[in-house]
Design a protein around this ligand. Structure first.
Ligand SMILES: [Zn+2]
Length: 139
């Protein structure tokens, strides 16, 4: 496969992929909503600006893109053909930051669930059960 994207284009695409309100996030949000739970979005005052926050239950959900957060799946192992080193460093930085954020949040008494983008491809199989377990237990 030839790489038809210019560097500028690719960088734009990458930033779009990383951006807020991505499709997987919208899907997870709507699942939480269907469970009748209220939540807030992108709380900037919390480490990592969590995607979904349920303040009353001290629960937080991150929806992580597999590429950006280096999930151990085939999407997380993708190696970009251009600027490989740059993206690798960036992704490793993300992972290190995720780890720090998670630690800080847990230390503050938050329960944290990470939903991976690739799971959202099969929500019934991989997301619904996890959400129910995480959200509906110990309410
Ligand atoms: Zn994945």
């Amino acid at each position: 496969m030839t790489d038809v994207h210019t560097r500028e284009q690719r960088s734009y695409n990458m930033s779009r992929i990383k951006g807020k309100d991505t499709k997987p996030e919208l899907i997870v949000r709507s699942l939480v909503h269907q469970m009748g739970l209220r939540f807030r979005l992108h709380r900037k005052d919390l480490p990592g600006k969590p995607d979904i926050v349920l303040p009353r239950h001290n629960k937080i959900i991150f929806v992580h893109g597999c590429f950006w957060h280096m999930h151990r799946c085939r999407y997380g192992r993708v190696k970009p053909k251009t600027n490989a080193e740059f993206w690798q460093e960036k992704r490793e930085g993300n992972v290190a930051r995720d780890r720090r954020n998670l630690k800080a949040l847990r230390a503050d008494g938050w329960q944290v669930l990470v939903i991976w983008e690739c799971w959202v491809r099969e929500p019934e199989k991989k997301v619904v059960g996890r959400l129910e377990k995480f959200l509906l237990e110990n309410l």
